[in-house]
Design a protein around this ligand. Structure first.
Ligand SMILES: Cc1cc2nc3c(=O)[nH]c(=O)nc-3n(C[C@H](O)[C@H](O)[C@H](O)COP(=O)(O)OP(=O)(O)OC[C@H]3O[C@@H](n4cnc5c(N)ncnc54)[C@H](O)[C@@H]3O)c2cc1C
Length: 456
């Protein structure tokens, strides 16, 4: 008789796991059922800001594989609009409810993949029936926001609450649609994923684009009228708004897991081993934004909710369920984003992470250009390195600049992954031609400066 695999959550991690398992085991050997409470499978949440802004014109372009493809090509029984409400580990069954008909079902499993993603942080003031307040966690959320923006006449004043990368990307999206944009951030500046000196460059660029940044300010409530949002109340006064977009961060979606007794780690994510098996829970796997992983530089548990990890972790779980062998070795915290033409890349530890982990370190900042200085289109970029003292091991790097500056973080991420010292890095054989780099690449200049700093 075929084994049964139940997958809870039908996006990046869940469907990567399901399809990898199917590639290795056919339907006579492994029956696969996925429960997804939304309307879509395998879509790119990462693309939502770009569809909202109009850079991506068709919502369906964000969907990598729809349920029909999973059914027909992968023989996976996808049950959309079905919410799993309980996982019974003793009886080895899940309880699910159809969100359309209300019908309850119970499905037995031999193997279970828990891939429920993350839940957006939603303060009390944001829990409102008033129209015009949106998260952007799912494609359903994005569709609701897009519908609101597409009204005629559409809203003209947007408030984005939260200045993480999603808030920053949504601020750009609103700007591109011609709205006036205010970004409210409780911390002293947006983009706290990089150090304050680098975040200040991002904040300046956003102000130059016309975004009104209210930093060091917290939202305390919403103003509504006729059932619609009219503004936000903040610790420094009222900001009028016809649309409010929430980007306050996420936490692992582990309510069901906790009820079922799955082990959670210090970050709140599910604890898994290298093969994505939930610790001490035979036959149960977890992947994506709901799990915690290890930070390879600090050696500490980390919750890094990114699509790049969700896809890899789901794939690892699926290969193992399919009878193969794969591991997920942790993360170094690499991420890239942009606001209009300003790009931001980061990898490894920020100064505060390095201090918290107990490292002695030096930090250095250089300015260089993306092309030879004389070459048309040369633009300045700022590169920051954090290196352990006295070993010189690279601990972290950040880049802010234009014209493909962000992806220059990748050689730094590779160096970090491989434990290179900044001294080793000064000799890296990186490509050079005037249209692509100055003769000393910004990465090499940054490494040289860090070496000098370590000598002082
Ligand atoms: C606006 C935005 C931009 C982003 N940009 C980037 C980026 O540029 N780069 C990057 O790497 N990452 C980015 N991310 C993060 C990335 O989208 C997530 O890390 C990734 O989607 C996580 O995949 P997942 O499968 O773990 O979770 P999710 O994609 O959240 O999928 C979980 C699924 O589980 C379903 N579900 C949850 N509970 C239940 C239940 N009880 N029953 C049934 N179904 C359930 C949900 O409906 C959801 O579809 C972005 C995210 C957002 C929101």
């Amino acid at each position: 008789m075929a084994e049964r695999l139940i997958v809870v959550g039908g996006d990046a991690a869940g469907m990567a796991a399901a399809s990898q398992a199917r590639r290795r085991r056919d339907g006579t050997d492994l029956e696969i059922v996925t429960f997804e409470r939304g309307h879509f499978t395998s879509y790119s949440a990462c693309g939502i800001p770009y569809w909202i802004s109009g850079v991506v014109t068709d919502r369906d372009d964000l969907i990598a594989r729809d349920p029909a493809t999973f059914r027909e090509t992968f023989d996976i029984d996808v049950r959309l609009r079905h919410e799993v409400t309980r996982i019974d580990l003793e009886r080895r069954e899940v309880h699910a409810r159809s969100l359309d008909s209300g019908a309850e079902v119970r499905e037995p499993f031999d193997q279970l993949v828990y891939a429920t993603g993350a839940v957006p942080v939603t303060p009390d003031w944001a829990q409102t029936d008033a129209l015009g307040v949106f998260g952007v966690q799912t494609l359903d959320d994005g569709s609701a926001l897009r519908e609101w923006l597409d009204q005629d006449p559409g809203p003209s004043r947007a408030v984005v609450v939260g200045g993480g990368y999603i808030g920053v990307e949504m601020a750009e999206a609103m700007l591109r649609r011609g709205l006036s944009v205010t970004l409210v951030e409780r911390a002293q500046q947006p983009m706290s994923t990089v150090d304050p000196d680098m975040a200040a460059l991002v904040a300046d660029a956003m102000r130059n684009l016309g975004i009104d940044i209210r930093a060091g300010v917290a939202v305390t409530g919403l103003e509504t009228g006729d059932g619609r949002v009219r503004g936000v109340r903040t610790t420094s006064g009222r900001v009028p708004a016809d649309v409010v977009v929430l980007g306050l961060g996420v936490r692992p979606n582990t309510a069901l897991a906790a009820d079922a007794g799955l082990p959670l780690g210090p970050t709140g994510g599910i604890r898994v081993d290298l093969r994505m098996r939930v610790m001490d829970t035979p036959g149960v796997w977890a992947a994506g934004d709901c799990v915690e992983t290890v930070h390879r530089v600090s050696g500490q548990p980390a919750h890094v909710p990114l699509g790049t990890h969700a896809n890899k972790q789901g794939r690892v779980a699926g290969i193992n369920i399919g009878g193969g062998y794969a591991t997920f070795p942790g993360v170094v915290g690499t991420a890239v984003t942009k606001v209009c033409d300003l790009e931001v890349g980061r990898t490894g530890l920020r100064e505060r992470d390095a201090s918290a982990a107990g490292f002695e370190f030096v930090s250095t900042v250089v300015e260089s250009t993306n092309r030879a200085g004389y070459f048309p289109g040369a633009e300045t970029m700022t590169v920051k390195l954090i290196a352990e003292r006295p070993s010189g091991r690279l601990l972290g790097a950040q880049i802010v600049g234009r014209s493909e500056a962000a992806k220059r973080i990748d050689p730094l991420a590779v160096a970090l992954w491989n434990g290179m010292t900044v001294d080793d890095m000064t000799a890296l054989d990186l490509g050079y031609a005037p249209p692509y780099a100055p003769v000393w690449d910004p990465v090499l200049i940054a490494a040289r400066k860090a070496v000098d700093a370590l000598r002082t």
